[in-house]
Write a protein that binds this ligand. Sequence first.
Ligand SMILES: Cc1cc2nc3c(=O)[nH]c(=O)nc-3n(C[C@H](O)[C@H](O)[C@H](O)COP(=O)(O)OP(=O)(O)OC[C@H]3O[C@@H](n4cnc5c(N)ncnc54)[C@H](O)[C@@H]3O)c2cc1C
Ligand code: FES
Length: 252
Amino acid sequence: MNKEYSCRVVSRKMLTTDTAYLTIECPEIASSARPGQFVNVSCSRFLKRPFGIASVDISKGTFNIGIKNVGSGSSELTSVEEGTVINVLGPLGNGFDLASSDNYILVSGGTGVFPVNFAYENLKAAGKNVAVVQGFRDKSQMCLSSDEYVVTTDAGDYGIKGTCICGLDTLSFTKDTVVLCVGPVPMMKAVGEWAKSKGLKCFISMEQRMACGIGICLVCVCKVKAEKEGVPFEHVRCCKDGPVFEYGEVIL
Ligand SMILES: Cc1cc2nc3c(=O)[nH]c(=O)nc-3n(C[C@H](O)[C@H](O)[C@H](O)COP(=O)(O)OP(=O)(O)OC[C@H]3O[C@@H](n4cnc5c(N)ncnc54)[C@H](O)[C@@H]3O)c2cc1C
Ligand code: FES
């Protein structure tokens, strides 16, 4: 069941000039969220805005989201004052399958670092082998990074100059490795094709525009390959049937 909570913003930290990291109090979400799931957060606009869950602290009853300021709703949320109470619906969506392998490669582009961070924390806690590739436009956009990660920048002012694919090409991996990827569609397409060329399973998380977040309004539909013969595609709801899909299943 989808539940809406009134939650206190415990802290707000700016990670870059335009990206905030909020710690939000909600023991119910903290204890039930799975990596890859998201929350729908209220602002003064009519519709709530979706953000991937970046981390949870079950003992403190808090969870984190990272918000990049790209418009009216996110602008408000990146400058929200500590102590403010906001309405949050969640956790929503299906989340990643983190049980099917012992070896993972996590790839993020831009704000994809946030849901990927939650997956990383869970996989490490479960003792799995995890390699992380982060792609940013330039050094000023870097956040939630680590010396252990492979970082690529388009501008070449940090790490490897180029796209995530340049970073992926530096990794060695086993045949059972699963690739999880969150970022802009062209990047997920490139990563999906890279994984396919290596014979690896790949899952992507779709960040469609959303409204209700719970499968009712159909704002977020995307096309997937149809199971019935003769039917070219079917529509699915990214918020409810996704946002995580196997690459190859979705028509991008
Ligand atoms: C499942 C999911 C998880 C997401 N996780 C994160 C996250 O962890 N951190 C984060 O910063 N953002 C995330 N987003 C994107 C975030 O929801 C949008 O950036 C935000 O809703 C924009 O609201 P706004 O009112 O500021 O923008 P608007 O004023 O409505 O639009 C401003 C600009 O943002 C673009 N935009 C609006 N919605 C989206 C969207 N869903 N995806 C991409 N661009 C969009 C518009 O095309 C427009 O160019 C996620 C989206 C989804 C669907
Ligand atoms: S956002 Fe309403 S159905 Fe997905």
